[in-house]
Design a protein around this ligand. Structure first.
Ligand SMILES: Nc1ncnc2c1ncn2[C@@H]1O[C@H](COP(=O)(O)OP(=O)(O)OP(=O)(O)O)[C@@H](O)[C@H]1O
Length: 224
């Protein structure tokens, strides 16, 4: 459960979020809206990458404005640019690094890393330099590195931007089977078509909050 109460935020004198009150308890939630409407800022508050100027953000009972470390263990975040989250030289090392905190045994780390690479179709690339993967493969690696840590909430910022049809369909399938609560920010309206709830932001405000078809219709009308 993610709760935004009276959240407002500005970067210098530019107000980007105004009076956001939301209780997100559904399993799959989409957030859509024009460029610059405040989606990323809102999403980054879920794992304390941005701390709101006003109001509170509470994730599964953890106050994200006060307990950044705890909330980050709870919330996995996937950036639209995977280069921001790939750290280690090779693909398998990057996954193993994610596991160091939770899995002490080396052999088990290696087995878990191999399994997750196979799940994401990256098993043939285990020993390749991570930064030489294609953009889409990097996106899948970033997703795998986050999911392997077992977060209870996954926030994904435009996860399909770099993916071709096959990989975006793979990502859609992975998202469909996740146990984690999922919050996806996207301009890919098809991606959220079967989600439980879709929120439309405009100029820092929630202007629609509905089932996907109605929310997407409201967004189209807004953009017309
Ligand atoms: N770190 C920052 N410093 C200053 N301004 C910022 C910062 N991050 C975002 N902004 C501004 O805040 C506004 C909202 O940005 P945000 O990234 O939250 O929107 P968005 O809806 O995710 O946009 P997009 O769809 O283009 O990714 C934009 O005008 C942006 O320029």
């Amino acid at each position: 459960m993610i709760e935004f109460s009276g959240v407002g935020h500005a970067y210098d004198d530019r107000v980007v979020l105004r009076d956001i009150d939301l209780v997100l308890s559904e399993r799959r939630i989409g957030i859509i809206g024009a460029n610059g409407s405040g989606k990323s800022t809102l999403a980054r508050m879920i794992n304390a990458l941005v701390v709101p100027d006003r109001g509170s953000v509470v994730v599964n009972g953890i106050d994200a404005t006060r307990e950044k470390r705890r909330v980050r263990r709870e919330v996995g975040f996937i950036f639209s640019d995977p280069d921001r989250q790939i750290i280690m030289p090779t693909v398998v090392e990057d996954i193993e690094l994610s596991l160091t905190r939770t899995v002490r045994d080396r052999a088990e780390r290696s087995a878990r890393a191999s399994a997750v690479l196979a799940q994401f179709g990256l098993d043939g690339h285990a020993d390749h330099p991570a930064h030489q993967l294609s953009g889409g493969q990097k996106q899948l690696l970033a997703l795998a590195s986050v999911l392997v840590t077992g977060p209870s909430v996954l926030v994904a910022d435009e996860p399909t931007t770099l993916l071709d049809l096959r990989n975006s369909s793979m990502l859609r399938d992975v998202f469909a089977t996740l146990d984690e609560q999922l919050v996806v920010l996207t301009h890919d309206l098809d991606l959220v078509a079967d989600y439980d709830r879709v929120i439309v932001l405009d100029d820092g405000r929630v202007v629609a909050d509905d089932e996907p078809a109605a929310a997407v219709a409201a967004y189209r009308e807004l953009m017309a």
